[in-house]
Write a protein that binds this ligand. Structure first.
Ligand code: UDP
Length: 322
């Protein structure tokens, strides 16, 4: 079976669902600090912290684990700037602990959730994988530290550098629900549904056409599909590799807001706030490498991303499902 750490979280739960649709058996490890137990609707669940060597050792002793897909991490850029030690400990040091246990049990297939934040402020765009790595926030640094540790290890690994994961499961069985929410699309949809008075644009003086930051939004199901392709790539004895995971299209914060207004049919207040620390002007992926090596292509555009997120948003606003 495949161990999915952080499988009760946003990207982890969508990938866990996709793994089961593809016929894999999974063991989901999550300490529920950010995830939800009822997002684990597939496979077996164990409430455990991947920072505990003894707990992991017991787990690897009890289950027949053939590979690990490692999502468990803190992922808020703003929080990482305020609390860097928390990010270095959980995202980096605790991952070293997991790698140590994998080595002991001779489990050597590893898929790692990395991030476009390893590039920092890009020197050119779209960004290929061999672009210089100069993270400008502790979140990106914590992920880069793991990539460097992986290079020195003898694991067979794939690092997937996510751009902006967004959207939700089309069946609405699982979705995006961060507490507190810091991500742009769910916050905009909160404004649309009336849970917030307005959406704040963090800075309109960036070096972009409309002054707001440009990001590459990729549907979470496209991300999930890439994990399966990456795992199969390792099963076929290919060597370790690093891939960008993005759509190759950039949208400014203002464009995302306008798309949300169009899809929801709701007008809401928008205000301009100061810049958020640690935000580069533009992040757009060059995804040619994963396209040619794994035959991965993103299927969903921004309208579909927002539509799926909106359907989920309406559902969680109506039900008490999480
Ligand atoms: N953003 C914003 N207002 C918000 C939340 C985010 O203007 O309330 C901007 C943020 O500065 C960034 C983009 O939206 O340029 C995407 O931010 P998010 O936190 O969703 O993802 P990140 O890029 O940090 O991974």
């Amino acid at each position: 079976m495949i161990l999915v750490t952080g499988g009760a979280g946003y990207i982890g739960s969508h990938t866990n669902k996709a793994l089961h649709s593809a016929g894999y058996d999974t063991l989901v490890l999550d300490n529920l600090s950010k995830g939800y137990e009822n997002f684990v609707k597939w496979g077996e669940f164990v409430n455990c912290d991947f920072g505990s060597y003894d707990d992991l050792k017991n787990l690897f002793n009890s289950y027949d684990i053939e590979g690990v897909i490692h999502f468990a991490a803190f992922s808020s850029v703003g929080e990482s700037v305020k609390q860097p030690a928390k990010y270095l400990k959980n995202n980096f040091k605790n991952t070293l602990n997991l790698l140590k246990v994998m080595k002991k049990f001779e489990v050597n297939k590893f898929i790692f959730s990395s991030t476009a934040a390893v590039y920092g402020n890009p020197e050119f765009t779209p960004i290929p994988e061999n672009h210089p790595l100069k993270p400008i926030n502790p979140y990106g640094q914590s992920k880069l530290n793991v990539e460097r540790a992986l290079e020195k290890s003898d694991l067979n690994y794939v690092s997937l550098r996510y751009f902006n994961a967004a959207g939700c499961d089309f069946d609405l069985e699982i979705g995006e629900a961060h507490v507190p929410e810091t991500h742009l699309i769910p916050l905009i949809l909160d404004a649309a549904i009336g849970k917030r008075d307005s959406i704040s644009i963090f800075g309109d003086d960036y070096n972009t056409q409309d002054g707001t930051c440009i990001r590459d939004y990729v549907h979470v199901n496209d991300l999930a599909d890439a994990h399966i392709k990456a795992y199969e790539y390792l099963q076929d004895d290919n060597s370790s590799n690093i891939f960008n995971l993005g759509n190759g299209n950039g949208f400014s914060v203002k464009e995302v807001i306008n798309t949300c207004k169009k899809i929801t049919g709701i007008d809401f207040n928008v205000e301009i706030s100061p810049r958020r620390d640690g935000d580069p002007d533009i992040l757009i992926a060059d995804f040619n490498k994963i396209k040619s090596s794994l035959n991965w292509n993103p299927k969903y555009d921004l309208d579909t991303i927002v539509e799926s997120a909106w359907n989920w948003h309406k559902k969680i606003n109506n039900d008490v499902c999480i």
